[in-house]
Write a protein of this length. Sequence first.
Length: 326
Amino acid sequence: MNKKIVLWLLATVFLATASLSAAQKPAQVPRIGYLSAGPSGRSPNIEVFRQGLRALGYAEGQTIAIEYRYAAGRDDRLADLAAELVRLKVELIVTDSSPAARAAKQASKTIPIVMAASGDPIGTGLIASLARPGGNITGLSHLSPELSGKRLELLKEAFPKASRVAVLWNVANPDKTSDFRETEAAARALGVQLQSLEVRGLNDFDKAFTVATSKRAQALITLSDPLTGSRGKRILDFALKNRLPAMYGEKGFVEAGGLMSYGHIPADSHRRAATYVDKILKGTKPADLPVEQPMRFEFVINLKAAKQIGVTIPPNVLVRANKVIR
């Protein structure tokens, strides 16, 4: 056989084989990171986020890959976890709190970051404005400072004789500083004396509770964040043991046995975060996506908890609840 023909046949077979191999090679799926300041495991919020992705046509492990990193209430771990995600070359990072978003921003100025939850992203310097966030961060804000005063108002309306209210909050979280200041402003208007129970880490709660007991707190407000959330049962047990009427920032506390909560609906923001992920993966820049604010808020009351601590919720407060656990 002619040498040229042989070479041509070999080349044809090689190209056909290469084309077949390329066709058989699975397409690379986008890989994103999920950076949480809370404990590991499938929390309801994360499940809602994954449901949001499925509704948009993404199947985890098939058409999208997610790398999860959890700080378990230790904000000091967030920087290392964010750096891990950057080294993995994820296409974007989803965060569940302002401390997590700040760690992600410090780890990368180019990888898009979607905030599934943040309290005061402007005041903490994460974004320039809600309409034009700028940089590589966008997502959702839950307006926590504006809600803090409302929580104290509802607590005072339910228990008008409570003049000394302890406020448990994570002083290391800049969002909570805004929350506490808003609570202070409401306290001055209502004639309430606040007792600041400051925690920075997992080992600070016992000391904080000792202070509340020694100062004879008559009610408790917990400013919700991943740190206080990681000690939810400990907080609920303290309120029950000391028969303290308590107000929380998320209904999860009330569903677990707490008395009252008022705030945004976390599931809403995590579901919406999936739409931000979808748009960014399809080419939209974070700077071109305005930061959204919540449209719905919930006031939840647990009458079982009220009975346990021996208090009665006035009818005028009870009628305002969006949900009553009986």
